[in-house]
Ligand binder design. Structure first.
Ligand SMILES: Cc1ncc(COP(=O)(O)O)c(C=O)c1O
Length: 489
């Protein structure tokens, strides 16, 4: 088959054009049984392909026809041996990826700043996380990826680790020397699995960092929906044969995914793959040009700066995706949150994210010069508005030691817990996640022993006005810990 074809989308259209009389779910039956306002808004086309896994349309859980062909074309396009479609986002793909390589008691090397789906998979699998500290960027107050040197050290210390997980590229677009990390791990027969939520486009342009599959990684969970043009929630899990079992991956994915798979989502994956394979280079090239031009112009706006290639200096910051505009607003005397709010109120612009010091704007294959001009115009106005408050501020970012893990996150998750005053919690085992922004690294995860030093660190950050995320009690007067078993007399 050729990359010009879309076997799954075609099968859906062919089926729809036969106008079959449906005696199966979904009960809205091409929209006829649906609330009319929603039906009209969404339109008949989408509703007519909102179908289920009847024989002519194949089955994601055991693909033999159109879905199989669509996945094979995707594997070819993404340079994988196998590609599996996920209708549960990259979160679902990450969970399947992890649970297919580790089980109860197995060690997995992971960056401390992982996405919550990684921690969910660690809890579900019963694996023991061995954390590696990511590189911290003091200038922007963010975390990058992990270095090849730290992976090497971690493998020397834990040669029995069953997998290494790498986030590549990071949300902010920075990529580690993934090829070197893969070589180091493979020398010990340890598979490298990649959270590639922000990297679907990498493979399609030579000015972008290497994709996980190009770097020789064993698996990559990749959001096609984020930057590759498919519908929200649709992702892929790319697999290289050898250190991981493809049939195990398929069965774990099948355990975790819904049996009512959305065909509009699957078809959008099929079509996004075609667009990337056929026109990807040109579309991404345009995004890169637009972002480069935007970076230059924003850097000329007083008190603003955009992270660029000058930040690349280590194996953790080895390359970058220039389509990500990480704009520091701290010298303007406002927080990233205030900048986000200002842009919303005054320019009708919505950014991807904001934190204490920055906003992140994404330039994608959906942008034109017009949107870039609007963004730059708004940033110029914002800079003028706050000009009188501007002052060069030092960013203070430090991170305390990782506490000892007293029980696996899974055991902590299933233990009885109690709520106690935070200030008195030293020595107890934490039952929740606590993160301080920036840089967003968990200070505690479930199962870790609370230390006096870390209590002081968190209190210091709260007093400095930094947001603390994760605990049930947002004010952190109290904390949930593992219940102490008292002797019965
Ligand atoms: C680094 C990282 N990994 C994984 C995910 C999860 O991806 P999805 O939203 O497709 O489930 C995200 C989402 O933002 C992310 O930023």
């Amino acid at each position: 088959m050729s990359q010009l074809e879309t076997p799954l989308f075609d099968a859906l259209l062919k089926h729809r054009n036969r106008h079959p009389i449906q005696f199966h779910i979904p009960g809205h039956k091409k929209g006829q049984g649906m609330d009319p306002a929603f039906r009209e808004f969404v339109g008949n086309n989408v509703l007519s392909i909102d179908l289920i896994n009847i024989a002519p349309l194949d089955d994601l859980h055991s693909p033999k026809a159109a879905i199989k062909e669509a996945q094979e074309l995707a594997a070819q396009a993404f340079s994988a041996d196998y590609t599996f479609f996920s209708v549960q986002g990259t979160s679902g793909a990450i969970m399947a990826m992890i649970m297919s390589v580790v089980g109860p008691g197995d060690k997995i090397l992971v960056p401390r700043n992982v996405h919550k789906s990684t921690m969910s998979a660690i809890i579900l699998s019963g694996a023991i996380p061995i954390f590696i500290y990511p590189e911290v960027d003091e200038e922007y107050g963010i975390t990058h990826g992990i270095s090849a040197e730290s992976v090497e050290k971690a493998i020397e210390t834990y040669p029995d680790a069953k997998a290494v997980l790498v986030i590549n590229p990071t949300y902010f677009g920075f990529a580690a020397d993934l090829k070197r990390i893969v070589d180091i791990a493979h020398a010990s027969n340890i598979p490298v699995i990649v959270d590639e939520a922000h990297g679907i486009h990498l493979k399609f342009h030579d000015e972008l960092p290497l994709s996980a599959m190009e770097a020789g990684a064993d698996m990559a969970a990749t959001s096609v929906h984020k930057l590759g043009g498919s519908l929200t929630q649709s992702s892929v899990l790319n697999v290289r044969e050898g250190l991981v079992s493809v049939s195990r991956v398929q069965s774990v994915l099948s355990m975790l995914q819904t049996t009512s798979t959305s065909y509009p989502l699957l078809a959008s994956l099929d079509c996004a793959r075609r667009q990337l394979a056929v026109h990807g280079y040109d579309l991404i090239d345009q995004a890169i040009r637009l972002a480069k031009e935007a970076r230059k112009r924003i850097n000329k706006i007083p008190h603003l700066k955009v992270a660029g290639r000058e930040k690349l200096h280590s194996s953790a910051t080895f390359d970058m995706d220039q389509t990500k505009l990480l704009i520091s607003v701290k010298d303007l005397g406002i927080t990233g949150h205030q900048a986000e709010e200002w842009l919303r109120q005054n320019a009708n612009i919505e950014v991807e994210l904001s934190d204490l010091y920055n906003i992140l704007c994404l330039v994608t294959l959906g942008d034109t010069k017009k949107e870039i001009n609007l963004l730059i115009n708004a940033l110029q106005r914002m800079s003028q508005t706050f000009d009188s408050e501007a002052c060069v501020k030092e960013t203070e970012v430090n991170v305390p030691d990782i506490p000892a893990l007293a029980m696996t996150p899974r055991d902590a998750f299933y233990s009885s817990t109690e709520v106690i005053p935070f200030k008195d919690s030293a020595g107890y085992i934490c039952a929740e996640f606590i993160m301080v922004y920036p840089p967003g690294i968990p200070i505690f995860i479930p199962g870790e022993v609370i230390t006096e030093e870390n209590i002081k660190y968190i209190q210091m950050n709260i007093e400095a006005g930094l947001p603390v995320q994760g605990p049930e009690d947002a004010s952190l007067q109290t904390i949930r810990v593992i219940k102490e078993r008292k002797p019965i007399y």
